[in-house]
Design a protein around this ligand. Sequence first.
Ligand code: NAD
Length: 171
Amino acid sequence: MRGLLIGRFQPFHNGHSYVIREVLKENEEIIIGIGSAQISHTLENPFTAGERVMMVSKSLYENGIKKNYYIIPIPDVNNNSLWVPHVRSLTPPFNKVYSGNTLVKRLFGEVGVKVETPPMYNREEYSGTMIRKRILNDEPWVDFVPRAVVDVINEVSGVSRLKDLAKSDRA
Ligand code: NAD
């Protein structure tokens, strides 16, 4: 069995990491789709697809997950009815989709793909929106993401990028 998890991972955090471990309990392999791959350098989507690939692959390595996954960047398409075939055209075949996102669940469900909603894990703290806010406000955030994600954010000067984006959004 092979499961698909799609997320924006802006940034990849401990909640995402937990879901991947859960999916791998019931599947031999997992496909991790990096959604909105074409978007970066915005307040909601600060990191590039390549940076998010690094976050995910290095975090999996840190967790001892070394070979049973595929990480595939997936750009958005301007037509929701065409999104599922678009995703299928880019990914290995999969048996089930794991998502808490209502639109993702609806689009796969409508074409008969099995969809499961993984339970939320500490959603108060493990949320991309909250972590981006904390980074911007100089509040503690490093405990909410894998150590590898802290390293990637530091490598690409992600904190100053977010702060610059906040300035340009206000200008
Ligand atoms: P996300 O990074 O917010 O979340 C990814 C997954 O992790 C979700 O299933 C979410 O439920 C789960 N998750 C988040 N926090 C968690 C926690 N604390 N505990 C457990 N699970 C947690 O990404 P998203 O917004 O769901 O990504 C969907 C992607 O699909 C987007 O990039 C979107 O643009 C894309 N999409 C595109 C189209 C289109 O192009 N037409 C249509 C639908 C969706």
